[in-house]
Write a protein that binds this ligand. Structure first.
Ligand code: HXH
Length: 327
């Protein structure tokens, strides 16, 4: 008898995983057994969808959307407006400086075409990803080509275009380091000013790229309460719990048991907290399926093996899985 993760959380929130066109085959059983929602790890980013002006490539995204539909899973769209994995053509005009109007027009067409293609299949979208700066001293908005080309109102335009493209999609602002007291305040201010201005933001996506030490549960709790005070929906959109502090370059061939125990404990506390706040959360998504394919084995150190997920390299449930299943 398989104990299914998503079934255990049926009365709480959908449980998702980031997948790609390879893992939906190689990890099919694990995905179907334990998750009720999927996100494309890369295939639904601007780079893939919109490689050059008026050229769209939905092939890879459709494979993932078909997999979701065949298996009755929710599909989270990730992501429309971002400074990474976005082609340069958006911000160029045959060697001339690009005009604000042209970039806005491209943004609208981009959002319209992509959301239109997946209408009725993606129930929500990360409309804008990672627009807030990290450092206390920096202005709230990260310096990006979108900001440079359009100005500070690029975010409100993105959300308005998104609402227009698919009025039923739940629209998220998504970011990382979202529990850091400085950054969470900036994210709060940004979303507050959008909502106060009547911009259609429905939710805040807390990425949740965490580790066994940080953020502390108290900071996660504080961030949840801060964001919830805006009256928006919340999701954890990219959860993983690294065995290493961000800047620590230590590497191991095997995951030390003592660290896996700490990880199980951290996951246990995180899910205890999320269950407590179940009325606020409309989804919790892991950034991968099992440890053999995690992005963290190439980031921030190329080739430094990590074990941040609930399933091991053989897709077997880890201690962390047991911990969040027993409540
Ligand atoms: C997420 N970014 C993205 O939303 C997701 O699409 C991607 O697949 C993986 C993670 C997390 C992230 C944010 C900033 C960042 C790196 C990852 O920037 C740094 C780059 C180098 C060093 C430190 C931070």
């Amino acid at each position: 008898m398989i104990r299914k993760l998503h079934a255990s959380y049926r009365d709480y929130f959908p449980i998702g995983a980031a997948v790609n066109t390879k893992t939906i085959q190689s990890h099919k059983e694990t995905i179907i057994n334990h998750f009720s929602s999927i996100t494309a790890e890369n295939e639904m980013k601007p780079q893939y969808f919109h490689p050059s002006e008026h050229v769209y490539n939905f092939e890879q995204g459709d494979i993932i959307a078909d997999f979701a539909a065949e298996n009755n899973m929710l599909l989270r769209g990730h992501t429309l407006i971002w400074h990474n994995q976005t082609p340069d053509w958006f911000f160029t005009d045959q060697g001339k400086p690009v005009s604000r109007e042209l970039v806005l027009k491209r943004m609208r067409e981009h959002i319209n075409t992509i959301m239109g293609h997946y209408i009725g299949r993606t129930y929500c979208w990360d409309v804008v990803n990672e627009a807030v700066s990290d450092k206390a001293a920096d202005p709230c908005l990260r310096k990006t080509p979108w900001l440079d080309a359009i100005g500070e109102d690029y975010i409100e335009h993105a959300f308005k275009f998104a609402r227009e493209a698919d009025p039923n999609a739940v629209l998220f602002y998504n970011d990382y380091n979202e529990c850091d007291p400085v950054k969470s305040q900036k994210i709060y201010s940004l979303v507050k000013s959008l909502i106060d201005g009547g911009v259609p933001v429905d939710g805040i996506g807390m990425q949740g790229h965490w580790d066994i030490y940080l953020p502390q549960i108290d900071n996660i709790k504080r961030a949840i309460e801060l964001y919830a005070s805006l009256g928006v929906k919340l999701q954890i959109t990219e959860l993983d719990v690294s065995l290493f502090r961000f800047e620590d370059g230590t590497s191991y061939q095997e995951a030390p048991n003592e660290l896996l125990e700490k990880q199980a404990e951290k996951y246990g506390k995180i899910f205890e907290l999320l269950r407590e706040y179940k009325d606020l959360f409309t989804g919790v998504t892991f950034w991968g399926v099992s440890d053999d394919t995690t992005w963290l084995s190439d980031f921030p150190f190329k080739g430094r093996k990590n074990w941040p997920l609930l399933f091991d390299d053989q897709q077997k449930p880890k201690m962390a899985f047991e911990r969040i299943m027993n409540f």
